[in-house]
Ligand binder design. Structure first.
Ligand code: DC
Length: 227
């Protein structure tokens, strides 16, 4: 099969990362989780003692010091590197990063800086790229676009089930509120807001297993590009 571009967008904790991984495995492609790029920039800012919520200029100035790139870690897997070192997943999934990443992701300079880095990944082979603006901005020419959603309570339950992603003492209600706030910021920002591309297929994953969602996605892809 020739190299394919598959765009998977959706809100936080909608299950899109799991689905993207399953789809990539079935198609023999790479997954690119673009949220990790925004998280890595946020983590780098916190490491430098910056406050990304108040100091947008500091974050933008810092970009010149960053070399952020995906490398093939092992056959079939990409690993994100920052200034030559692998980016630790536990660091970028920490609650401190989750608390500021929406603020970093709404900076146009950061989005612009990351745009080509995301597009460059397609040179590596079949890519299942997941994020918020993949179908609309990053890969508008992708022949397959999906928008994966789930209800806020379902998403809060999923997030709570992922160790290390929520602050100590978090409840379904507090996590649902945090997710809703992140959605609000992501959907209302002027630059690349979270929204389905006009030609995306929306899948609500409530009550579906990740495998069932992946079946639907792969079924569409195997059926060929839509007219
Ligand atoms: O998917 P995630 O929770 O790891 O995303 C982290 C943040 O980055 C979230 O606030 C949305 C933002 N993001 C974005 O604006 N555009 C993307 N393509 C991916 C993530």
């Amino acid at each position: 099969m020739p190299a394919l571009k598959i765009a998977i967008d959706g809100p936080a904790a909608s299950g899109k990362s799991t689905v993207a991984r399953l789809v990539a495995e079935r198609l023999g492609g790479f997954t690119v989780n673009t949220g990790d790029l925004y998280r890595a920039v946020s983590w780098a800012a916190l490491e430098r003692g910056l406050d990304p919520v108040r100091d947008a200029a500091g974050v933008v100035a810092m970009l010149a010091e960053l070399d952020l790139a995906y490398r093939i870690a092992e056959p079939g897997r990409l690993r994100l590197h920052l200034n030559g070192r692998p980016v630790p997943q536990e660091a970028i999934r920490a609650a401190a990063v989750a608390a500021v990443v929406s603020h970093v992701a709404r900076l146009p300079e950061v989005r612009e800086w990351l745009r080509q880095r995301q597009r460059d990944c397609c040179a590596l082979g079949t890519v299942v790229m997941e994020g918020r603006d993949i179908g609309t901005v990053i890969l508008p020419d992708a022949p397959f676009k999906f928008f994966i959603t789930a209800s806020p309570m379902e998403r809060a339950r999923r997030r709570l089930a992922q160790p290390g992603e929520v602050a100590a003492g978090a409840t379904v209600q507090s996590v649902a509120a945090e997710i809703a706030e992140r959605d609000r910021i992501d959907s209302s920002r002027p630059v690349a807001p979270l929204r389905p591309a006009d030609d995306a297929i929306t899948i609500n994953t409530d009550g579906l297993t990740p495998d069932e969602v992946a079946d639907r996605v792969v079924g569409v892809i195997r059926g060929g590009p839509r007219p």
